[in-house]
Design a protein around this ligand. Sequence first.
Ligand code: LLP
Length: 401
Amino acid sequence: MQQPTNEQFLEIAQQFGTPVYVYDANKIVSQYQKFKSAFNSPTVKIFYACKALTNINILKLLKLQGANIDCSSINEVKLAIHAGFEPQQILYTSNGIGFDEIEEAKNLGIHINIDSISNLKKFGQKFNNSYPVGVRLRPNIMAGGNIKIATGHDKSKFGIPITQIAEVVDIMQQYNLLINGVHIHTGSDIKEADVFLKGIEVLFDVIHLFPNLMYVDLGGGFKVPFEDTEEETDMITLANKILEKFNQHLHQNKLQIWFEPGKYLVSQAGYFLTKINVLKKTNNIEFASINSGFNHLLRPMFYDAYHKIVNISNPNGTIKEYDIVGNICETDTFAANRNINEINEGDLLVFYNAGAYGFEMSSNYNSRYKPAEVLIHNNQISLIRKADRFEDLLKNQIVVL
Ligand code: LLP
């Protein structure tokens, strides 16, 4: 698959300035199609975990492909509705939220996965069997690229621990609840099928307890390559193993299998385009400081995540070693001791894998603007979000002095 060319990046930088996020629509579509065709089963439903990237155009693009959508807040639900998703295409997998949000979600007619005994009880008390609901369980499996994105282990805040399943059943019986789904999400950046298979086994041990079950939701967390040496989750192998497991255990059952991929669909489609402000040579390190910081791309600092960086202004320059740093009043190192084609002030650096949790985790720290977003769709380059302006920094402030 053709990625955007250096000429396109240079044109975008010239037209819209930097820093700027750039998304390649073709790549999103091809990742979605790869996922869909690997499973190729009417019982499988894909819900795009939109927390990865919520720009309305991306939501619409995935909707056009036939995707459903998974939300992690009521505002994401509202964005999904705004983008044209029907209530039955929207899933709200909650965690630690107030009951008022669950009520709001119920009133919007969408699917809900409840992740605490407390909210499940409140749901039962208020709605009994008038509205089916799913439960998010914690399978007590340790998996994920790093501890911050591992969510299924026995010290994680996410989900109802599988060891408390009897309590879930008690509440279901007490309030006549229609529990129609069981959900797990073990973590992010998971390459091997085995983790998903282990999760399925945990769920298979309990699904007989739920007579109204319609779906088993296996969450997201599929791996994509960040370094050139890495590979993404092999979807065909994963799909075959999962479908085989379901066929073995549930041959007379027509349970749906739901997934919530985020990174897999949008990570590789995104690029973050920045410019070198200054070079600073010290005794042993050459710092290359870009016109951005962890206010725009937090992953390297928060997760020690590796993002490939390319100097598109000097693609054939001599390879030299740099620390790529930001302009924020913090130690915001994007990459240490990184080999990159020789950098000059004013050069443009492109960060790869910036589609998922890039713009979405950005902030206005140091009173800097959130960057613009650009979409390349059918070779057409369009601005899909303006960068902040000074008024945005003051917009919600109330002056009392
Ligand atoms: N479903 C649930 C319930 C989730 O909590 C998540 C991610 C997903 C699906 C999608 O996971 P994905 O397919 O994108 O791995 N900000 C971190 C990742 C945190 C993910 C939080 N939940 C990062 O940049 O690596």
